[in-house]
Design a protein around this ligand. Structure first.
Ligand SMILES: [Zn+2]
Length: 56
């Protein structure tokens, strides 16, 4: 059985396990920081207009 990248489902590359590439590893890290990674304490939340990362 071979592992698959949780981001794009391509076969895992050993060097970047459990991902297929550095790019996917960074994408996952990005989710982590934005989502589940919650620090106790104050953090300035910036929610400006002009965010254009949800274009499809
Ligand atoms: Zn991938």
């Amino acid at each position: 059985m071979e592992s698959k990248c949780p981001i794009c489902k391509k076969p895992t590359v050993h060097e970047f396990r459990p991902f297929c590439s550095k790019r996917c590893a960074q994408i996952d890290l990005g989710h982590w920081f934005r989502g589940d990674y919650k620090i106790e304490g104050e953090e300035e939340v910036k929610d400006e207009e002009g965010v254009d990362e949800e274009k499809e």
